[in-house]
Write a protein that binds this ligand. Structure first.
Ligand SMILES: [Zn+2]
Length: 394
């Protein structure tokens, strides 16, 4: 659009004219319509005296292009999404309404810029379900914790053991299965006989054949159930074996007070795709994973504890930064400055980090006093106006 407009403009500037770019249309209303081929367009060279010559035009053209390029560079296009965890596509389902849990992304560029990736029940977005958004990092963390739990939690071994025991064909079931097989064989013979008889009668009465066929089908289904259990048992054995192998490298089973394995692992995308049939996400963020071979497992963590985890980590980071500051060069200089007793105001002026005396005192003076490297000149009258502070070597 812009290009064709520019070409047309350019021609006018060069002195040429394109006729019938617009026409009045084929309707009764007298409106100008862009000619998109209904009528011929005419290009008239040297229609009028050119405003600028060709060389000049090209220079203008370049300038326009340059400025357009700059303008485009300043527009931040919605960037392509490299951060979506594709492993979760169509694998997560809402535990409340059963709908698929879909992906959302938020980008903010003003002030504190951030990029957030969320997953939420599709119905909830439309207002038909009320489960909250969950950060992608949480779901990744949840799966990492699941893997560690499978490796280290003896309760998982108990669970899988009894799950497999239930699938195993018990001796009395084995007997029952043999009996069913015999019965099926017997009914088969009867069926052959019945079919033969029916054929002799020219197909007059097929009731017995129908009855026998039904019975055989029922018995077949019962026998098939046993076979399915045997097949599932084999599938679980193989899956557990592969899973154990994949988790061999993880050694640290220590947990933090919130019940998270401390030494968490990176999200194992391949393992998720290899083993997980689907994940059911409950309202509080707990996720029950269904493995391909049919067993399930979940870890007792939820979105609330994940957020708490983040708060704790942030607080720990802040505390570490504070400690680093108190041991850093600025405070060292301040302590040198305080070899002669100084008032709070003098100290704050020397190290102008906080806006008022109270914050300065709380953030710097009190911690240093607690460390025993800063003392008050009037320790018995802590709130005296004449109070001064001096540093002592430890
Ligand atoms: Zn839902």
């Amino acid at each position: 659009m812009i290009t064709s407009k520019r070409i047309l403009t350019s021609e006018i500037y060069r002195g040429n004219y394109i006729y019938q770019r617009y026409h009045t249309g084929f309707t009764l209303e007298n409106e100008r319509v862009k000619n998109t081929g209904e009528l011929p367009m005419y290009f008239i060279e040297n229609h009028h005296e050119g405003i600028i010559d060709s060389a000049q035009w090209d220079r203008v053209q370049n300038m326009i292009e340059e400025s357009e390029k700059r303008r485009k560079e300043n527009i931040q296009e919605y960037p392509e999404d490299g951060g979506k965890n594709k492993a979760f596509d169509n694998k997560l389902y809402c535990g409340k309404c059963g709908s698929v849990v879909g992906y959302y992304r938020a980008i903010r560029r003003q002030k504190k810029s951030y990029e957030m990736r969320w997953w939420r029940c599709r119905q909830a977005l439309k207002g038909y379900c009320d489960v909250p958004y969950m950060r992608q990092e949480y779901i990744e963390e949840n799966f990492s914790q699941l893997l560690l739990d499978i490796k280290f939690n003896p309760a998982f071994d108990d669970y899988i053991h009894s799950f497999m025991e239930n699938l195993k064909i018990k001796p009395e079931e084995e007997k029952q299965r043999d009996k069913l097989k015999e019965e099926k064989e017997k009914l088969n013979m009867e069926l052959y006989q019945a079919v033969e008889n029916e054929l002799g009668k020219n197909g007059k009465d097929a009731k017995l054949v129908d009855y026998l066929t039904d019975e055989i089908m029922k018995i077949r289904a019962e026998i098939l159930n046993y076979t399915k259990r045997e097949e599932q048992l084999e599938a679980i054995e193989a899956e557990i074996l592969n899973l154990r192998k994949a988790l061999e490298g993880f050694k640290d089973k220590r947990k933090d007070p919130l019940g998270y394995y401390q030494n968490t692992i990176e999200f194992q995308s391949e393992l998720f795709e290899q083993f997980i049939e689907k994940g059911i996400v409950l309202e509080d963020g707990q996720i029950t994973y269904q493995f391909i071979s049919g067993f399930e497992w979940e870890v007792p963590i939820n979105y609330g504890s994940f957020q708490e985890q983040i708060r704790i980590k942030r607080a720990a980071k802040r505390a570490a930064e504070k400690e680093a500051f108190l041991n850093g060069p600025e405070v060292k200089d301040l302590l040198k400055f305080c070899r002669e007793p100084k008032s709070l105001t003098e100290m704050k002026e020397y190290l102008p980090k906080y806006v008022n005396n109270d914050t300065f005192k709380r953030a710097i003076v009190i911690p240093l006093m607690k460390k025993g490297i800063l003392k008050q000149t009037l320790p018995d009258q802590p709130s005296r106006r004449l109070q001064k502070y001096y540093s002592v070597k430890k």
